[in-house]
Design a protein around this ligand. Structure first.
Ligand code: FE2
Ligand code: FE2
Length: 198
């Protein structure tokens, strides 16, 4: 099964800045995604994207929401239409005249699957957070205290253990860090400190 999108443009440039309201986005989210684990993953990535946009990119509230929205909806079609993963949510957001930057970020969250290389800051950070967020959450589930007291050295150890959360592709995470121009440890620490709030 190929998920390649064979797309090079996303949405309409005239729609720059167009977003769903928070209510609209959550309506789509709960309508399409029934799996609670997947819902949590999407909310966690949304939170990380918002925090990064605010703290590291210094973006205003409107832009923070654009980043958060990309995180919130990046896997929206995975639950019910895995064979259409990415394609369906892209078409939905294009039909709703959403900002092309948000659509492009979603389209490039798995360059090795969808064939779209991350270009913008939003693209690159979504790719950087996606899998590492999942690995960190898996680690939290095996700790009695969850995220409380979680240390960088603990997550680094799990990262090196190939058998732990084996579905998480370490090579892709390293590639994502290089594309984003951030250190793996920086992102690990960022996630450790924020993900427990979701
Ligand atoms: Fe995905
Ligand atoms: Fe994801």
């Amino acid at each position: 099964m190929s998920l390649l999108l064979n797309l090079s443009s996303f949405g309409n440039p005239a729609n720059a800045g167009n977003v769903l309201s928070r209510d609209e986005a959550y309506l789509l989210f709960t309508d399409w995604v029934k799996n609670e684990r997947l819902q949590l993953h999407m909310k966690q990535v949304a939170h990380l994207m918002k925090c990064w946009a605010a703290e590291k990119e210094g973006l205003n509230e409107a832009d923070q929401w654009r980043w958060e929205m990309a995180g919130l909806l990046h896997d929206a079609d995975w639950d019910q239409w895995p064979e259409l993963h990415c394609k369906k949510i892209i078409e939905e957001l294009e039909a709703r005249n959403i900002d092309p930057e948000i659509i492009r970020a979603i389209a490039s969250h798995g360059p090795n699957h969808f064939g779209v290389i991350p270009e913008t800051r939003m693209d690159k950070m979504l790719y950087a957070f996606d899998e590492l967020s999942g690995l960190t959450h898996a680690y939290s589930l095996m700790r009695p205290e969850g995220y409380t007291g979680m240390e960088l050295k603990g997550i680094k150890k799990r990262f090196k253990e190939k058998a732990f959360a084996a579905a998480v592709n370490r090579d892709e995470i390293i590639e994502a860090m290089q594309m984003a121009g951030v250190e793996l440890e920086t992102i690990m620490q960022f996630i450790i400190e924020r993900q427990g709030a979701v």
